[in-house]
Ligand binder design. Sequence first.
Ligand SMILES: [Zn+2]
Length: 459
Amino acid sequence: MKNIVLIVLIIGLLTTSCNSPKSKDLIKSIDNDEWLIVGNIDVKDEILVLDGITRSIMKDTSYKNFELDMELRTLSGGKGFVGIHTDNTGKGHRILINNDRDDMVWWRMTGSLASVRNLTKSFVKDDEWFKMRIRVEGQRITVKINDELVVDYIEPANPYRSEINHHTLISEGTLSLVSTGNGSIEISRMSIAPINSRDINMADQLRTTENEQEDNIIRLHQEDFPVLDYHVHLKGGLTKEAAAEQSRRTGINYAVAPNCGIGFPITNDEEIFAYLDSMRSQPYILAMQAEGREWVTTFSQKARDEFDFVFSDALTFDDHKGRRVHLWVNEEVIIDDEQQYMDMIVDRTCDVLQEPFDVFVNPFFLPEALSDRYDQFWTEARMHKVIDALSKSGKALEVNELYQIPNKTMILMAKKEGVKFTFGSNNITPEVSDLSYSIRMMKECGLTQTDMYKPKIKL
Ligand SMILES: [Zn+2]
C-alpha cells in the first residue's frame, strides 16, 4: 500500500514539474476526495462553497511553478485566502480574499500577497463574481484580479521576514483554500496548470530585486501597518499605468488625486465624473484635492461624494487686504508685520478647517519669507489653536513628504487629541516618494495602525 502511495506521489510530482501544459480541475478534485477538509465545504451545482471557518488542503501533491485560475465571489462578508507552496505547517504565501469594506483591517483586501504586498483597495464587491489568477514563475508571484495586475512581486534571494512571517516564502508545496470569515466564499472555477521551469530565467529575476533588508516598506507590511501614500498626483508626465507599475514595484499603495478647482485640471462636476469613469477599474484609491476656497460651490456634494476621500490645504486664501494669496507663490505673500501675518495664517487655517473635506494636507506650511524661523513662528499657542480646530472638525492630518511637515511636536499634539493621520507624497515629479519622512515620524511619534485614517472606498 505504501509503495502505491509513493508511486502515485511520484507520478504527481512528475506531472507537475515536467512539460505538462494540462490544467487540472480543482473543483472536481475536491469532489474526488483529493483534499483534506476541516469545516464546511460543499459542491452544489458544480460550485464550491466554503461556509464559515473552513480549512482545506490538497493531499499528496506539490506545485512549484504554475498558474492558478479562479472565478469566485464572496457573500455577506465571506473572506479567506488561497495558500500556495504550503503544507500542514502553514508555510508558503497566502493570497487574500476580502471585499468587506467595513473590515477594521482595511489594508488586506482581495489580491493581497499577505504581509508582503498588502492591498488597501479591492475593486470587486461582495456578491459579484470575479476572476483571480495567481501565477508563480521562479521567484516571481503575480496576482491579477479581473485581468488587472495588482501584485507583481519578485522574492529576493535574502528576503526580509519578521519572526511571525518567517515561513512566508517561495519554495514548493501544495495548495490550501481557507475561509476565515462568517460569510461564505463561492468558487465556480478553479484550475491549475503547471509552468515549465525550463522557461524561467531565475538569474534575470533576481537581478531586478531590491535589497529587502534595507527596505522600510516590506517592514511595514510585515508589521501589518497600512502601506498607503494618500497624496499622489499624476504629474510631470506620470501616467496612471506608470504609477501602477511604480506602486507594484515599491509595494506602496497609492491614493491618486486630481487637483480640482478654478484654474486647475478639473473645474466642474462633468469632468469629475469623466475622470472617475476612467479610473474606477484601476487599483488606486481615488481622492480629490480641493483647490481654492470656492470648491464647495464649484462642485456638487454628489460629485465630491464619489471620491473615496477629499483633501485640501490652507495655502490659498484672501489676505487681510482681500488679495488672493497662494502661500507658495512668493510674490503674492506681502507681509507688513510678520507676527500679524502669522496670526492671519492661523485664523485662515482655522476657517478652512470648517470646510467639508476629510484630510488636512500640507499642514502648518509657512511661506518662504517665514519658513527659515519655522519653530519661532509656530508657537505652542498657535499650534494648539490649529490642532484644536482640526480635532473638533474630525479631519485627519497629513504627514507631508514634500515639505517634511508637520514636525514631531505637532504630530504628538494631534495624536494626543485623537486625530487620525495620513502619509502623503504630494509629488510634483513622476517619482513618488518612499515615505521616509512619514515612516521616521511614525516611529518617533509611536503611530500605530489605529492612528491611520481609513478611506471610504466607493465602487
Ligand atoms: Zn497635492
